[in-house]
Design a protein around this ligand. Sequence first.
Ligand code: MAN
Ligand code: CA
Length: 248
Amino acid sequence: MFLFPSFLLLGLVTASYAEPVTEGAQSTCPVIACSSPGLNGFPGKDGRDGAKGEKGEPGQGLRGLQGPPGKVGPAGSPGIPGLKGAEGPKGEVGPKGAEGPKGAMGKIAAEIAALQSELRGFKKWVFFSTSEQVGNKYFMSTGKKLSFYRAKAVCSQFQASVATPRNAEENKAVQKVARDIAYLGLTDERTENRFLDLTGRSVQYTNWNGGEPNNADNGEDCVVLLTNGKWNDVPCSDSFLVVCEFSD
Ligand code: MAN
Ligand code: CA
């Protein structure tokens, strides 16, 4: 502590000697005689940055975690075409082409055949449910009581005829179908006591009731089947049950 005053004094002396010294001649002492060297000054300011050094060796610390995947890059150029594949299975049959005139006729013929077949089936069903069959003949009651004239018209409407039994079996079949006295397709309108069918032919089979045909009151030209299966001649204007006969 006691050195402080002398250091301060020395500093003041140095400052008085240094005052006349011109700029740029600090160390040559051109005017006054050099005396003993002064003490070192304070360190100067930091110099400029030096040249960049070479890249150092990789550090020895722990490696960081892997970052997230980068964005998808642009699509690459198309590759070389692949080899030809194996042959596929056979295709389905294509739609039918337009028909010519001959084909159209064939189609109509096929449709007619289909309709005929359908009609046969329908007739079979109707006959089976409502009629009596003997061979290829079917007897069916209309359930109506009409004059002989009307009876003929009704049966012909169905491409049928008034029931005309040709034998005992057919007579029985008509008897089964008829729930009441029914007209038969016979008449002696043209020649008295000569009974003909509706086609004008004479008949072989008859099944007259006892005492018939008697042409009562001289006015019985038509024939009916009685409920007992026997025949009687009656006036054609009278109303009786209508039974028609159909053929296949
Ligand atoms: C009686 C008989 C028949 C005749 C009828 C007419 O039953 O004479 O022969 O056809 O009457 O109703
Ligand atoms: Ca009679």
